[in-house]
Design a protein around this ligand. Structure first.
Ligand SMILES: C[S@@+](CC[C@H](N)C(=O)[O-])C[C@H]1O[C@@H](n2cnc3c(N)ncnc32)[C@H](O)[C@@H]1O
Ligand code: SF4
Length: 456
C-alpha cells in the first residue's frame, strides 16, 4: 500500500491493536471503586445549564449470545413495575436542583427499553417530565429490539414525543441469527421502520454487527443491501467484541465459527464502502448518517462532540444517568451506579449508596479528553484552538504522544505539523489508533493478549 489510495484490509489488520475497544475517555484504569457517594451528590447538586438524561432499562426477553450490554433476562412483567418504582424513588432521593431541570436530550437505553409495555413507558416518561423540562427541540431517543417492539409501542412513543428510534438489527442472515440465539423476523424490521416514519419519527437508526459467527462476505453484503433498502437515517456498524472470559454466556458461540482478523477487517471495509456508495457520511468511528442528519452536519462543521451515550452535537453537556449501571457525567466527574440489578435495587429501595465506581478528572485529564474526542469526532486537533481555550501548546504538552503518532504519520495515517493534527480521509477507519496515542492510561500497558478485544 502507498501513502495514498484507499485503506486495504491488510493495513487495517496490521494496525488493529489488541486493546479494550476504545470508545470513551476516561478508560478503565482511571475509575475508582472507592469513589464517594458524596462526590456523586455534589456533582448533581451543582448541575447548571441544560443537561441530558440517560435512563437504563436492563430487561430483555432472552440473552443474545453475543451480548456485551448490562442486561437481565426477564420473562415476566413484575420486574418492570418494581424497576419503575425504584426509578421514581431514585428521582426523588437524588439531590438534584430543586427546580425543574432543562434538558436537551433524553435517551432510554438498555437492555431493551421496549421490553416495558406501552403503559409502563407512559409512566416512565410522566415521571421524567415531572422532574425535567424538555427544551425546545429536545431530542428524545429510545433503543428497541424489533422482536419485542409492537406498533402499539411506536404509537405510544410517538405520542410521548420520541423523535429518534434506534433498532438493534445486527444481521438479516438467518444462519448468523441462529448461531447467536436471536430469533428475528426480517419483515418486522421493515414494517417497524415504515410505521415509525408514518408516525413522524424523523430519525431512525439501525445497529448492525460484523465479526459474528458464520458471517461470510457475500451474506454480509446481503445484510447491507437489505438494510440500505430501508434507508435508515443513521447506521452503527459495531465489531463483535468476543469476551467469553468476562461474559461467560459468550461461550455459547463456537470460536471456530468466528471470522478471523483479516476477514473481520474485510467485512468492515465492505460495509464502509457500501455505505459511502449509498450516500452515507462516516461520522466518527463506526457511525454513518445521511448528509442532512444533525450528526453529519455537525461533523462537516467540526462541531461534533462525544459523551458516554455516543456522538452528540452539544459541547460539555452534563449527563444525568438513572437506573442500574447508568453513567453520569457531571462537570469534572464521572459516576457509574451499581451494575448488578439486585444490588442496585437493594440500594435504591433503602435510600442507600448507589455508586459502584467513579472518577474525578484533573485539569490534565480534561485536556486529554478534549484532544482524544477532537480526534474521534472531528478527525483533527487545532493547535490554535488549544492555545485559545487553554493557553496550552499542543506539541509541548502532548510530547509523549509524538513517537507513536510519528510512526502512524510515516505510513500516511495521520498528518502532523505546527498547526495541529489531521486524520486524512483514507485513514479514518483507524481513528481509534490515533486517539489512543494520546491516552496516558494505555501507555505502557501490554498491548496484546487474549484478555482484550480488538480495535477493529
Ligand atoms: C444495548 S444494545 C440495545 C439494542 C437492543 N437490545 C437490541 O438488541 O435490539 C445496543 C447495541 O450494542 C451492540 N452490541 C451488543 N453486544 C455487543 C458486542 N459484544 N460487541 C459489539 N457490539 C455489541 C448491538 O449492535 C446492539 O444493538
Ligand atoms: S436484546 Fe439487545 S441488550 Fe438484550 S441481550 Fe440481545 S443484544 Fe443484548
Amino acid at each position: 500500500m502507498g501513502l495514498s489510495g484507499p485503506l486495504d484490509a491488510e493495513t487495517l489488520l496490521r494496525h488493529t491493536r489488541q486493546g479494550p475497544r476504545y470508545t470513551s475517555y476516561p478508560t478503565a484504569p482511571l475509575w475508582r471503586t472507592d469513589f464517594p457517594e458524596a462526590g456523586f451528590h455534589e456533582g448533581l447538586a451543582r448541575l447548571s445549564g441544560p443537561a441530558a438524561v440517560y435512563v437504563h432499562v436492563p430487561f430483555c426477553r432472552e440473552q443474545c449470545s453475543f451480548c456485551g450490554c448490562n442486561m437481565v433476562v426477564a420473562g415476566r412483567r413484575e420486574p418492570g413495575q418494581r424497576y419503575l418504582a425504584a426509578l421514581e424513588r431514585q428521582l426523588r432521593s437524588l439531590p438534584l436542583p430543586a427546580d425543574q431541570i432543562d434538558v436537551q436530550r433524553i435517551h432510554l437505553g438498555g437492555g431493551t427499553p421496549t421490553w416495558l409495555s406501552p403503559d409502563e413507558l407512559r409512566a416512565l416518561f410522566s415521571m421524567l417530565d415531572r422532574r425535567f423540562r424538555r427544551s425546545p427541540g429536545c431530542e428524545v431517543s429510545v433503543e428497541a429490539d424489533p422482536e419485542v417492539t409492537s406498533d402499539a409501542h411506536l404509537e405510544a412513543l410517538a405520542a410521548l414525543g420520541v423523535t429518534r428510534m434506534s433498532f438493534g438489527v445486527q444481521s438479516f442472515d438467518d444462519t448468523v441469527l441462529r448461531a447467536v440465539d436471536r430469533p428475528q423476523q426480517r419483515e418486522r424490521v421493515g414494517a417497524l421502520l415504515q410505521r415509525a416514519r408514518s408516525l413522524g419519527m424523523g430519525s431512525l437508526n439501525i445497529d448492525l454487527m460484523y465479526g459474528l459467527p458464520h458471517q461470510t462476505a457475500p451474506r454480509w453484503r446481503e445484510t447491507l443491501d437489505e438494510t440500505l433498502r430501508l434507508r435508515p437515517d443513521r447506521l452503527a456498524i459495531f465489531g463483535y467484541a468476543h469476551l467469553p472470559w468476562l461474559k461467560p454466556h459468550m461461550k455459547r458461540i463456537e470460536a471456530a465459527a468466528l471470522p478471523g482478523p483479516l476477514e473481520r477487517a474485510e467485512l468492515f471495509l465492505a460495509a464502509h464502502a457500501a455505505l459511502l456508495d449509498a450516500g452515507y457520511q462516516a461520522v466518527g468511528m463506526d457511525h454513518f448518517a445521511l448528509p442532512d442528519d444533525d450528526l453529519a452536519v455537525a461533523q462537516r462543521a467540526g462541531a461534533l462532540h462525544r459523551n458516554f451515550m455516543g456522538y452528540t452535537t452539544h459541547r460539555d453537556q452534563q449527563l444525568i444517568g438513572l437506573g442500574m449501571s447508568s453513567i453520569s457525567e457531571l462537570g469534572d466527574r464521572y459516576v457509574q451506579q451499581k451494575s448488578k440489578l439486585s444490588h442496585w435495587w437493594k440500594a435504591v429501595e433503602a435510600d442507600g449508596p448507589v455508586v459502584e465506581k467513579g472518577v474525578m478528572l484533573t485539569p490534565d485529564d480534561l485536556l486529554h479528553r478534549e484532544v482524544i474526542y477532537a480526534v474521534m469526532c472531528n478527525f483533527e486537533i487545532s493547535a490554535a484552538a488549544l492555545v485559545e481555550r487553554h493557553q496550552v501548546d499542543l506539541w509541548s504538552y502532548f510530547s509523549d504522544a509524538r513517537p507513536a503518532l510519528e510512526a502512524l504519520a510515516a505510513e500516511g495515517l495521520v498528518e502532523l505539523d505546527a498547526t495541529g493534527l489531521r486524520v486524512p480521509p483514507r485513514a479514518r477507519l483507524l481513528v481509534r489508533n490515533v486517539a489512543m496515542c494520546f491516552d496516558p492510561s494505555l501507555r505502557g500497558a501490554a498491548p496484546s493478549g487474549p484478555r482484550f478485544s480488538s480495535t477493529v
